[in-house]
Write a new protein. Structure first.
Length: 230
């Protein structure tokens, strides 16, 4: 069994629903990480996936519910546990590894993390970048949560998935603030604003954060509306 197969089996045994490997060279060339030299010791990124509960996602209507907010934090904690467990597993085999926490926020408006979990997941074959900018898995749609582990362990990268949204605009039609532009792409967008009015989207999530029982910059409407995974 290869290192990649052993790693995926370990994650599955630990409770991950999916995992994939992305090469880091494309990220290294763009230097779109915080700090810019974050990737220097590493060659691969592992994308770890857990599924969201369908009943909780289906209950989202015009905005997030307290149940979805609680589920969001629960899944983040589960992802961070999986990422930390993988770091220990990799280090026990003599390699370097670093976990990038789920929903990490390092400042900015809207906030950004050390590296984009969505970009890693796309390059790790987990799914394509949908018109909402969420990663759309062919089986589960965008009803997933992500975390990333960087490593110097030599692993086999996956093949990227081409966008499968086609002419569908369900997410754009459902967006309560009309932030999703409904623009198609074959692989990924040149910038986030090409697909989504990020400022308007983020401002709406800040409003949701002020709602009792939510207390997180989340929405979920476009995720629920996506026909993939329903």
């Amino acid at each position: 069994m290869s290192d990649t197969d052993e790693l995926k089996k370990f994650l599955s045994d630990e409770g991950a629903d999916l995992s994939g490997v992305a090469p880091l060279d494309p990220f290294r060339r763009k230097r779109e990480t915080i700090p810019p030299n974050l990737l220097d010791p590493y060659i691969s990124a592992v994308s770890i996936v857990v599924y969201l509960d369908d009943a909780i996602v289906d209950a989202i209507d015009e905005g997030p519910t307290p149940e979805y907010a609680a589920h969001y934090w629960e899944k983040n904690a589960e992802l961070n546990r999986l990422a930390n467990a993988l770091v220990e597993w990799i280090e026990a085999r003599g390699h370097k590894a670093r976990a990038i926490p789920a929903s990490e926020k390092l400042g900015g408006e809207p906030p950004v993390g050390s590296i984009s979990h969505k970009a890693v997941a796309r390059m790790a074959g987990i799914g394509w970048q949908g018109k909402s900018l969420l990663i759309v898995n062919p089986d589960r749609g965008p009803r997933i949560r992500l975390v990333t582990v960087l490593t110097d362990m030599p692993l086999e990268p996956e093949i990227e998935v081409l966008q499968g949204c086609g002419e569908c605009t369900a997410c754009a039609e459902a967006c309560p603030v009309g932030a999703i532009r409904g623009v198609s792409t074959e692989t990924h967008y040149a910038s986030r604003d090409e697909a989504v009015d990020i400022g308007t989207c983020y401002a709406r999530t800040v409003k949701w954060q002020e709602t009792p029982g939510i207390e997180a910059t989340i929405c979920g409407v476009c995720m629920r509306a996506c026909p993939f995974g329903q």
